[in-house]
Design a protein around this ligand. Structure first.
Ligand SMILES: Cc1cc2nc3c(=O)[nH]c(=O)nc-3n(C[C@H](O)[C@H](O)[C@H](O)COP(=O)(O)OP(=O)(O)OC[C@H]3O[C@@H](n4cnc5c(N)ncnc54)[C@H](O)[C@@H]3O)c2cc1C
Ligand code: FES
Length: 313
């Protein structure tokens, strides 16, 4: 989406902090090496890095959840893709935050990173979301682990687009799947949930969980549909951004077409090289002129696509 993207490279970063959040999430804060500062200070939300975890040890056996005991033994040869939840640029440093969910051999190893450790990463990769500065309303839809790049996007939009209304919809299976740094849930009033990342920017957030353990009960896209019907935003002045599981992206694409609101989606594919060489991350796309289909690469041409260019299968 973005046409003036920073040049990617292989860089190192030192770990400032690797904090546990809830049962399965971690937030890692890294400081980029000097020669990466210019490159990463220009990175846009939705871009990602490929992290090398091949040399990291596994955590002690009693810190490996039973369901990952077998999978954890696999060697992790390929780098793994992660987007940013934030990039903080100052005169002296560029510090990035990655929010990750532990679900396999690579992320289990990432748990062991500690302050001062050095990681190798390739990036910034992919295209990133394009901010529609002239629109009046931006609607962000985050499902499960799709939250990080949208947290990053909302912060940037808040600082760059002073008059824009930003409305965020966050959904997850259950309260323990809400992957946020600063989650406040009133145990008695389950609908009273507050997400610090958005609160600090004074952004309206609508939260839902499939099981009703926090926020409204139901799918995030159902909550969004109710909101669209009630608030009737002007389609020409509105844009949607979605990141999350494929089924949620498909439902967002359907709302985009029903309400005629353009929508950018962040797609996930298994990625090997992350740079357009191995062709493992194909996304079937539609040629709107003649209805034919063709393939784009999620790592290079994406991961951000317009929802109506994707052939949803
Ligand atoms: C562009 C991009 C950005 C990402 N950003 C984040 C992020 O900010 N935070 C985060 O926690 N994760 C993110 N991911 C997913 C992350 O890369 C995987 O969770 C990680 O590679 C898992 O590695 P593992 O070895 O621990 O688990 P694996 O054993 O490799 O995977 C565990 C399970 O997750 C599924 N899975 C893994 N990667 C993908 C994928 N790319 N698409 C669909 N299913 C997958 C596998 O099928 C398997 O069921 C992102 C992926 C992409 C493509
Ligand atoms: S991951 Fe290799 S081409 Fe996309």
């Amino acid at each position: 989406m973005e046409s003036h993207l920073p040049k990617k490279g292989i860089f190192t970063a030192s770990v400032l902090q690797n904090r546990k959040l809830g049962d399965k999430f971690y937030r890692i804060t890294i400081e980029l090496e000097n020669k990466a500062k210019n490159v990463f200070s220009a990175a846009v939300p939705g871009q990602f890095v490929e992290i090398d975890v091949s040399r990291l040890a596994l955590p002690p056996e009693n810190h490996v959840p039973a369901q990952y005991a077998d999978a954890s033994q696999r060697n992790v040869i390929l780098r793994r893709p992660f987007s940013f939840a934030d990039i903080m640029v100052s005169d002296t440093s560029v510090v990035a935050e990655i929010l990750y969910c532990v679900l396999g051999p690579a992320t289990l190893r990432m748990k062991t990173l500690k302050t001062g450790d050095i990681v190798s990463l390739i990036g910034p990769l992919g295209n990133g979301f394009s901010i529609a500065e002239k629109k009046k309303t931006s609607i962000l839809i985050a499902g499960g682990m799709g939250a990080p790049p949208l947290v990053h996007l909302s912060g940037l939009m808040k600082s760059q687009c002073k008059d824009m209304e930003i409305v965020v919809f966050v959904g997850a299976k259950s309260v323990s799947d809400l992957a946020f740094f600063d989650l406040k849930v009133d145990k008695l009033i389950k609908t009273k949930v507050s997400l610090g990342e958005f609160d600090k920017h004074k952004i309206k957030t609508h939260i839902s969980t499939d099981d009703g353990s926090a926020g409204s009960k139901g799918f995030v896209t159902d909550v969004l549909k109710d909101w669209l019907l009630k608030n009737k935003p002007d389609a020409k002045e509105t844009i949607m951004y979605a990141c999350g599981p494929e089924a949620m992206l498909l439902a967002s694409a359907a709302l985009s077409s029903e309400f005629k609101i353009p929508c950018q989606v962040s797609l996930e594919r298994r990625m090997a090289c992350g740079t357009g060489l191995c062709q493992s991350c194909a996304v079937k796309c539609l040629n709107k002129d003649d209805g034919s289909t063709f393939y784009k690469l999620c790592c290079k041409d994406g991961p951000i696509f317009w929802s109506d260019e994707v052939v949803w299968e």
